[in-house]
Design a protein around this ligand. Structure first.
Ligand code: C2E
Ligand code: MG
Ligand code: MG
Length: 260
């Protein structure tokens, strides 16, 4: 794929592409840097909409359209199902070691009554260990919804699925969410990472967040790490997991298409 395209996204076109099975997933590695040698411990699945001209439409553009048109719930379920099939497939190929897969879930979906049950059905069908699946939720999602969101979160936790607060620090009341939500991980948003290590304010925010998370027993993933100097600073300051172009861009693994 050569690049992203900026043309407007139409809901009807997105729905058609999704139903035809044109969307696919790319996977970006998450690397544990707490030991001497960096080690891949998981992947985040990121949706891609490839076009026939070799370009693709970025999820930043089509996810909002999917949310507005309502197909995002089907899309998220497809993503969760695909990553679980991928994990089950890896197991049949004799993959050793425990790899975690993360999937992003839209705010809308966390507020739907059937969400946790749909995830339970997928886990049962694929035989995947719930502890290997992480669902990424944004702070906006938690803020926007009420009791049903909390019910889903608690049910998923009871099943053993891990939860991450994605884009941490960019939403409202971040600390309140850490107090109230049973998450296991926070993902520090790229906007705090970009100017490390020389930007003193970012460095102070990131190191304080890592300390806070560690006191709470949470893992911290730093997103958008592109340079060795950022990784080395993060490692020195106690950040265990790193995700970013430095260790790998999102890329296709097998051909993930709907119904495949
Ligand atoms: P996100 O979940 O915060 O994903 C991280 C984004 O940062 C991805 O953009 C990834 O490609 C990009 N990224 C990772 N490392 C680097 C780096 O070192 N440098 C730079 N410049 N960027 C990096 P992407 O794939 O364009 O996804 C954008 C957003 O779209 C995601 O942000 C997520 O919120 C949403 N999204 C993607 N796939 C899905 C999906 O399947 N379902 C839902 N609901 N949302 C999705
Ligand atoms: Mg994410
Ligand atoms: Mg993020």
């Amino acid at each position: 794929m050569s690049g992203t395209t900026a043309r407007p996204v139409e809901a009807v076109e997105l729905t058609r592409a999704f139903e035809k099975g044109d969307l696919m997933l790319h996977y970006q590695p998450q690397v544990d840097v707490s030991h001497r040698w960096p080690k891949i411990v998981g992947y985040e699945a990121l949706a891609r909409w490839p076009l026939s001209d070799g370009n693709f439409i970025s999820p930043d553009r089509f996810i909002p359209v999917a949310e507005a048109s309502g197909i995002v719930t089907a899309l998220d379920i497809w993503v969760i199902e695909t990553v679980c099939k991928e994990m089950a497939h890896a197991r049949t190929k004799g993959a050793s070691g425990r790899l975690n897969m993360s999937a992003n879930v839209s705010a809308q979906h966390f507020g739907e009554a059937q969400f946790a049950q749909s995830v339970a059905d997928i886990l049962e069908k694929t035989g995947v260990d719930p502890g290997c699946l992480t669902l990424e939720i944004t702070e906006r999602a938690v803020l926007a919804k009420g009791d049903l969101t909390m019910r889903n979160i608690l049910d998923l936790r009871e099943m053993g699925v891990s939860l991450t607060l994605d884009d941490f620090g960019t939403g409202y009341s971040s600390l309140f969410h850490l107090k109230c939500l049973p998450v296991q991980e926070v993902k520090l948003d790229r906007s705090f990472i970009t100017d490390l290590p020389h930007q003193a304010r970012d460095a102070a925010i990131v190191s304080a967040t890592i300390k806070l998370a560690s006191e709470l027993g949470l893992r911290v993933v730093a997103e958008g790490v592109e340079r060795a100097s950022q990784a080395s600073w993060l490692r020195t300051n106690g950040c265990q997991i790193i995700q970013g172009f430095l260790y790998g861009r999102p890329a296709a693994r097998r051909h993930h298409q709907r119904g495949a």
